[in-house]
Design a protein around this ligand. Structure first.
Ligand code: FUC
Length: 793
């Protein structure tokens, strides 16, 4: 049954997806990313060469390929490799002080309330270690290590090219040395669960190399039967041993011979070498132990199976799997196919110096899809702050799952660009939070249901953070549930909805117990709570974070309650929880419009110590929420636009993810040119030579947010109908896109010229009545399952 969830819808998609004459989309360069540059010791500083390397992955295994000739470096990641261990950080002192804190906040006594909050509401223990948790129980996502391949270090090479084809997930390096053409080809296969790295030459017996494995710490390596075996255990953050990992690097050679020398393996005079790499840990996403036994066998079995297949078969398996996803959605800006003759780093530089480049913008769109396919596949954990790619023992912010924008943004492109199955790891993480989150709800707040605060990890951390500035955000659970509801809206999959309904229900139940009535207004409000990571200045001139009824929380709870009631109706469920929510919803405090016309971020108008703050959480109802629309609430759309303008006038949008979010805000405000301006800003200011996004440091959410933002400029379906080209910028007069998805189970192809829609093809999966709008044009279509309708203008 579950297999069916993630299978059927995609038949339709792939039927509409597989296109033959696809413009190859590649990142390519004429020089390698230098491998022999030592990593900087500072956890928070990216290594410039790493930001030039190629990211590849299959959701569980991730690699960064540097492409150096003399000394190739393949930096490896296994998605579940975390230090730390399950730990109890819930604070039992919290619930007793809640009524007092609320009383003080309703009375405007922010100083006393904040002091009591700091004493009683933050987590027990170290929490995330202020983002440096590698040696505390929270832990950190860590590198698996590096595979080094040394070839002929002395001889000059010429005619060098390295490329990453983001439509096939295949990286290639080729160069000429001693008049021999050497080629390297690599991919990380999802069907066969191995990294495959082939080295060949156009002359017999010309391949001579040695390879070995290193890791900054905590590893044991040995050579055995012509392969390298690696194993180790990380710190549990309590002074003991935590997660165990295991990896094998097995060469399969044609011609020549192998020789083991110490921890290295040498290959002499081969025609071809194929390195197969597989890795696993003893981790399982399963509360409360998060452990499993058979991980080493799993690695052996995978390698056994892969070694039985010849390279061609491995290649074909990978290609079929990858193209099935990558070719579902294609964007071509401009009216002609581009023959890409400019290396990507040069192309980016010219763009950053002001040159228009439609191909780079469409490449950047596709790159977000490529990174999601490579970092989030069924059977492993979701894409974290780094996606899957991290080269250190201490990763920035522990490479965790921040739930106050970051992990949500990671998944914004999934539905609208036809990668629904990439949602599965996120859905499983959300549902895995229910048990630890129920404990936190009960211990911290004496509440039913489950909750999570702004950070979580692979160990089920649901407690508040260690600092009230950012640690007390409770809108996270509701915001995560929006992804469950969105997946249903796009796939119309009631089986999926029935399975994940309890997660939505218990998140909603928590808010039923968390909300209190504001004695001043009689409205239901959330609090003590912050507007994520932002502060306000109270009448005593001091800055505070917590108050009652911050807009973000109110909007998220409104959103969850609303979608939960619709989901209950679809599933035919009526019970005490649906009745309680029907009673609360009309009395829930909703944000107001301030005296300056802006949308209020808090329940009261406060001065703002940081008017250009990177978080814009009170605009949730504009995006990703759908509470504000031009048809239903034009005055709030105007207030949201004013708030956004004000943020930007004060330096807002200064992190990669923040800029990416603004693309979607502008798209929802139908302001195509401003959306495009923000896309340009992102590419000019926050993008690396390998097109990775910078927060800084490297943080993948901006890549995903930008792809979703571009899709939001071309199609929207959050208003109960499909709106075509809602925010088309003047910079894109001509173009076409195929495979964009719309809520209700539709897939749409569009073509436009001179700023005008030419043609739209609407494919229906389940078929039903659908309204299409383009400017003042409206079409009411009745489509049967699997049918399509073409609209031309
Ligand atoms: C939040 C953001 C930061 C960063 C971190 C991972 O704290 O405010 O900019 O993205 O998450």
């Amino acid at each position: 049954m579950r297999k069916f969830f993630w299978g059927f819808f995609f038949v339709i998609l792939s039927l509409s997806g597989c296109k033959k004459n696809i413009t190859p989309m590649k990142l390519w360069y004429t020089q390698p990313a230098k491998a022999d540059v030592p990593d900087s010791p500072n956890a928070w500083t990216d290594d410039p060469e790493w930001l030039k390397a190629f990211p590849l992955g299959n959701g569980a295994l991730g690699v960064m390929i540097f492409g150096d000739v003399a000394l190739e470096r393949i930096q490896l990641n296994e998605k579940s490799l975390w230090s730390g261990s399950p730990d109890d950080n819930d604070n039992p002192d919290a619930k007793a002080s809640l009524p007092k804190i609320r009383e003080l906040l309703f009375a405007g006594k922010f100083n006393e309330a904040s002091e009591l909050t700091l004493k009683t509401q933050i987590c027990k223990g170290y929490g995330s270690g202020y983002g440096n948790g590698t040696n505390v129980p929270f832990g950190s996502y860590q590198t698996l290590g590096d595979l080094w391949i040394e070839s002929d270090p002395k001889t000059e090479y010429t005619d060098y090219r390295r490329e990453l084809n983001i439509m096939t997930g295949i990286a290639r390096v080729s160069y000429r040395q001693n008049n021999i053409r050497f080629r390297r080809e690599a991919f990380v296969s999802y069907p066969d669960k191995v990294l495959v790295y082939k080295i060949s030459a156009d002359r017999k017996n010309a391949v001579n190399l040695s390879f070995w494995f290193t890791r900054p710490e905590r590893y044991a390596v040995a050579t055995k039967n012509g392969q390298i075996i690696v194993h180790g255990a990380l710190s549990d953050g309590k002074g003991g041993e935590g997660m165990k990992y295991f990896a094998i690097i097995r060469p399969v050679i044609k011609g020549g011979r192998l020789e083991e020398s110490g921890n290295k393996i040498q290959v002499h005079n081969a025609n071809e070498v194929v390195l197969l790499v597989s890795a696993a840990t003893d981790y399982r996403l399963h509360y409360p132990d998060y452990k499993r036994e058979d991980f080493e066998n799993e690695v052996w079995n995978r390698l056994e199976k892969a070694s039985q297949l010849d390279y061609k078969q491995l290649y074909r398996n990978h290609l079929a799997d990858f193209r099935n996803l990558s070719e579902r959605c294609i964007l071509q800006l401009g009216n002609s196919k581009v023959i890409d003759t400019v290396p990507t780093d040069i192309r980016l530089k010219r763009y950053q110096q002001g040159q228009e480049d439609l191909y780079l913008e469409s490449l950047y769109f596709q790159y977000g899809r490529y990174l999601l396919i490579s970092s989030s596949r069924p059977g492993s954990l979701p894409a974290n702050l780094q996606g899957i790619w991290a080269s250190k023992i201490q990763t920035p912010w522990n490479g965790d799952y921040h739930t106050n924008i970051n992990v949500q943004m990671n998944y914004w492109p999934a539905n609208v660009t036809g990668l629904h199955e990439c949602n599965q790891p996120l859905m499983e993480l959300i549902s895995s939070l229910m048990e630890p989150g129920s404990r936190t709800a009960a211990v911290q707040y004496g509440a039913r249901g489950w909750c999570v605060h702004p950070i979580t990890n692979v160990w089920g951390f649901t407690s508040p953070g260690e600092n009230p500035l950012w640690g007390l955000h409770l809108g996270a659970g509701g915001w995560l549930c929006r992804h469950i509801w969105e997946h249903y809206q796009f796939t119309q999959d009631t089986g999926f909805l029935r399975t994940y309904y309890p997660v939505m229900k218990n998140a909603a139940l928590f808010y039923c117990d968390w909300l209190v009535k504001d004695p001043r207004t009689g409205k239901w409000v959330s609090g003590p709570a912050g507007s994520p990571e932002n502060s306000f200045t109270a009448s005593d001139g001091k800055n505070y974070q917590i108050s009652m009824g911050p807009s973000h929380d109110q909007e998220v709870i409104y959103d969850l309650f609303s979608s939960f009631l619709v989901a209950s109706k679809i599933l035919g469920i009526k019970d005490s929880v649906t009745r309680q929510i029907e009673t609360i919803l009309p009395e829930l405090l909703l944000p107001g419009i301030g005296s300056d016309g802006r949308l209020m971020e808090w329940a009261e108008e406060f001065a703002e110590p940081e008017p250009g703050h990177r978080h814009m959480s009170h605009l949730y109802a504009l995006h990703p929420g759908n509470q504000y629309t031009f048809d239903s609430s034009p005055e709030f759309m105007e207030a949201a636009r004013k708030s956004l303008d004000y943020r930007l006038e004060h330096g807002g949008g200064h992190t990669g993810w923040s800029a990416a979010w603004i693309i979607s805000f502008r798209a929802r405000l139908h302001d195509g040119d401003k959306a495009h301006d923000m896309l340009k800003t992102l590419l000019k200011r926050s993008t690396c030579p390998n097109l990775f996004d910078l927060c800084p440091p490297f943080q993948i959410d901006g890549n995903f947010g930008a792809t979703a933002g571009i899709a939001e400029m071309l199609i929207q379906s959050h208003e109960g109908f499909i709106r075509l080209l809602p925010a088309l910028p003047s910079a894109w007069p001509d173009g076409k896109v195929s495979g964009l998805c719309a809520r209700g189970g539709f897939v749409v192809d569009l073509e436009w010229k001179n700023q005008q829609l030419l043609k739209a093809v609407i494919h229906a999966e389940k078929g039903s009545q659908v309204k299409i709008r383009y400017k003042d044009y409206i079409w009411d279509l009745k489509l049967s399952p699997g049918s399509s309708r073409t609209i031309t203008l």
